[in-house]
Design a binder for this molecule. Sequence first.
Ligand code: 8YV
Length: 318
Amino acid sequence: MPNASAKPNIVVDSPLSDSLRRMLSERCELLPWSATEQGTHESVTGIYTFGHPHLDGSMMDHFPELKVISNFGVGVDHINVADAISRDIPVGNTPGVLDGATADMAFALLMAAGRKVVAGDRYARSREFTVYDPGYMLGREIHSQTLGIIGLGRIGYQIARRAIGFDMRVMYHNRHRHENAEQQIGVQYATFDELLQQSDYVVISVPLNDETRGMIDAIALNQMKSTAILINIGRGPLVDTEAITTALQQKRIYAAALDVTDPEPLPRDHPLLALDNVTLTPHLGSATEQTRHRMAELSIENLMCGLTDKALIHEVTP
Ligand code: 8YV
């Protein structure tokens, strides 16, 4: 006779943050990923993904009673959603709650790269800084420049709003036109090529899938202005690593700011890490205490809905 009051068993990847482990443990028994990769586990009814573990049908098939997969985060490129759908397992994610934080981070990177914030910090701390010189460390203007946003989804829209506040001209490229956004905040639709050719800053903010993988390759980079700055806030494989490394080495573009890389992290001896015209952050897009808490709450709500046979708050559609 099953114990009705027992907590459901779910599989989690590790390491979870302490607060998330506490929140999940109040509701579920947590089983480590590594302990469940072999054999069949009838007691497991949920999978919770935190740090982008690869999850496909072969893993799902270890759990014949699986009811739900819940992802901490909006991007689900590490999950084979088609495999889940073909097994009638809903996949939950956390759109909406991280838009503001991720757009803030895109703007932080844009400004850091344009105005040499990181190099300036290093110099201001160094022994070499002994006298102020109006001729050093000149960056690129931000206000009055053209920002091209590839992907005007929820996050892209928030980036556009910030850019308008900075008196930038904003172009966007997207699969579908957003006439509402065009009217409400004055963004202009552009083809992919027009956007690359005309932008002073290019921000890439699209999900990673077969259509978008490698979209910023050598051909795309060659279309950009030599004074342009590329910002990647989406996923590393949207940008061809070899192509961006060469473009920065040859100063084909002015700079890049990458919150994500391919692979992530890059090998510690990768040539990109030696360049001073790239600003790098370790996938911090949504990394604020407040946003991560909202992501935890929403992903746990999705999980609990699935475990109790209810519709998820946010279910990924193919
Ligand atoms: C998350 C992200 O923090 O939501 C996403 O798609 O890339 C991040 O902001 C991440 O998914 C959690 O590991």
